[in-house]
Design a protein. Sequence first.
Length: 453
Amino acid sequence: MTLFHSPDHGDSWTAISDNSPCDAWAVAIDPHNSDIYIADLTGKMSRKPAGSEQWEEISGFTGFGTVLQIACDPINPDIIYAVNGIEVYKSTDKGLTWNVKSEGLTGFGPFSFTVDPVNPQILYLVNTGKVLKSVDGGDHWSVINTNLKASYINTIDVDPLNSSVIYAGTASNGVYKSVDAGQSWQRASTGMAKDWVSAFAIVPSDTDVLYAATYVHPNGYLYRSSDGAETWSQIYEGHWWELSDLLVDPENTSILYASTYHRLYKSIDAGNSWSKLPLDMEFGSQTGNLIFAPDDPNVLYFVGNKVYRSTNQGESWTELGPIGETVVDLFIDPDDTDLLYALSSYEFFRSQDGGTTWQQMSAYYQFFPAYDLTVLPGNTHRFFVASDKGVYISQDEGATWRLENAFMPIGFALVVEADPASGVVYAGTTGKGIYRWGLKTNVNVYLPLIFSK
């Protein structure tokens, strides 16, 4: 990438980094002397002193990896910060030597790194799901956002026996719990050492018993809570890919199913040990959702680009369809189990014969890309689709859709979850928390959006 300069407020531009030893992926300008710093994806960093046409490579350190941001101290021109995907580095000699400044720093992928212009000992970093602050020039960091406003939401689960209780699994803050239908949230991750929650399950007959799957490459971890997320205990660690879904058999709660994006697993001892089920999908599946048939938990569906059905608790599988391209979710009508609806990244389908044949219900590229489907059942089902553009709603079996983005900030929805008892739908976003649709009145809460009917 090339750095350009305009001397006339943007009317004309000149490339100024052509002779630099590195590309201009990250850029910073020293406020004292207008020296320019650039860094690239390989970790190289260069400086162009003010008034010079030449770039000089800062070669005292090469361990950055990908440099995503550079920042200069507003008072001391010798101090420079470089941020990669995980850590903060600090130089006190204009980049000749560097030290890691990451004690207490958690999360990944910095969206913003800022030095306080008045007190440069104060630093702020925003990454996936967290806002962090240092008051000692980066020596120590602490999380300063305590609710879901900045969180990347991976899972939303409503207690089937008490719809006021909701759980949210985040990408870097663990589990959050609400006991007032989402008006306020408290972190509920005591005992959970890993913060990336990728899948969550509630035991339907005893909703104080919960399971949460976390992942830190290359291992996955499974946690169990018996007290409604007050405390968690690790019950399994395995060399498997990130879990995309967890399912508890409603009739025999010792049986659990887990899916990654291309494999299925089963436990018959409440998650303490696992065996691989005989279904290998193409690598790179988009979702990996598991769904029970509404009338028989022995019948199991798996969605992983294609849709598969097992009638014997996962011991053998049959592919349904074909169904469009890249299927991401499935809904089975609880009153007519031959009536199925499938969401792909591009469009929406219906089957009236148990999945043998399918009818395209929506326009091609209606949502692209779509991530998740949820339904408020009734005489006319209301379908909700999470997508890059926000949340789509249909009340005519997917024939027509409207984009329901009133009050919703720009940023895409990743997951939607409906509570049929209250008629409320929750949408989880990537980095902007959770939003709620379906209340009769608007109420100001921790979360920045409420839809109203």
